[in-house]
Design a protein around this ligand. Structure first.
Ligand code: CO8
Length: 274
């Protein structure tokens, strides 16, 4: 298979999808980021990673974007991991100097809500990318794993931390020390998935979820995400204190006044993001 020849990462804002009659519908506020290297099962070369990180930085600063879906081109893979051909030539010093982890950090730091739409393989860095997202929609054909151990390395883009937080130590360590690949049903059972859907419906399900979130008041979405993500980092009492500060802050917003007024007046709210 050959790649389409365009940039290895495509960004559509707003995302579109076909509707009846051959037309396309734009999904207001939803961005779609597509990894487009199907010939390597969307392996994450440094170019691809930079493309994803640049997209995250741009979309995070763009008020027109209120939710982001990440996906892989084709039906075989979300991403089969970091590019092994590239990594084979890499040295410790080169890796440390490369700034590639700045790109991973940029992906994890994004404040807009993120959804991974996963068909086929999400392995190694591919699973780490999916787990960096706030939500994972898995197709029934999804195959997830951290096979780095078989290459003499460990999951170095957050996998040991993210998988352990999502699935618990006993499950995460077995997967990381054996490199075993799991199917969507098992991923769902151990708490990695938001939802499992038929393979052909993955992207639509992710776009629907993104469109629903994009229709919510942006400041409340942003602070709710911040608060949930903080739960992975800090003790409960600190998280609850922070949540309370964010709650106070939202009581000073136009959207809080509008949301409650609209409920009482039995009408749809109009969000201003202020
Ligand atoms: N890197 C580069 N090329 C790849 C990768 C990859 N990760 N995965 C697949 N490809 C290529 C294959 O080489 C092949 O190319 P070609 O047609 O030129 O031979 C093509 O994609 C199709 O793959 P296969 O022929 O192997 O397809 P199969 O259906 O037989 O197998 C698998 C599919 C099982 C997914 C298999 O391709 C595989 O095992 N891939 C490697 C999976 C892997 O080990 N991933 C982890 C990589 S390590 C990592 O991600 C570390 C993350 C830390 C990042 C920090 C960076 C700074």
């Amino acid at each position: 298979m050959t790649d389409p020849g365009g940039p290895p990462v495509r960004v559509d804002l707003p995302a579109t999808r076909p509707v009846a009659g051959g037309a396309v519908a734009a999904l207001d506020g939803v961005a779609l980021v597509t990894i487009d290297r199907p010939s390597t099962l969307n392996a994450l070369s440094s170019d691809v990673l930079r493309g994803i990180a640049d997209a995250c930085r741009r979309l995070d600063a763009d008020d027109a974007c209120r939710a982001i879906v990440f996906t892989g081109a084709g039906t075989r893979a979300f991403a089969a991991g970091a590019d092994i051909a590239e990594m084979a030539a890499e040295t410790a010093a080169g890796l440390a100097a490369s700034g590639r982890f700045d790109d991973w950090d940029a992906i994890r730091r994004i404040r807009k809500p993120t959804i991974a739409a996963v068909r086929g393989y999400a392995l190694g860095g591919g699973l780490e990318l999916a787990m960096s997202c706030d939500m994972l929609i898995l197709g029934e054909d999804a195959k997830l794993g951290q096979p780095e151990i078989k290459l003499g390395i460990l999951p170095g883009a957050g996998g040991t931390q993210q998988l352990t937080r999502a699935a618990g130590r006993a499950r995460a360590i077995e997967l990381i020390l054996t490199g075993r690949v799991i199917d969507a049903a098992e991923a769902d059972r151990i708490g990695i998935a938001t939802r499992v859907v038929p393979a052909a419906e993955v992207l639509d399900a992710a776009l629907d979820l993104a469109a629903t979130i994009a229709s919510m008041p942006p400041l409340a979405v942003r602070t709710a995400k911040e608060s949930v993500r903080l739960a992975e980092e800090v003790p409960l009492s600190v998280g609850i204190r922070h949540e309370r500060q964010l709650f106070y802050m939202l009581f000073g917003t136009d959207d809080k006044a509008e949301g409650m007024r609209a409920f009482l007046e039995k009408r749809e709210p109009t969000w201003r993001g202020r």
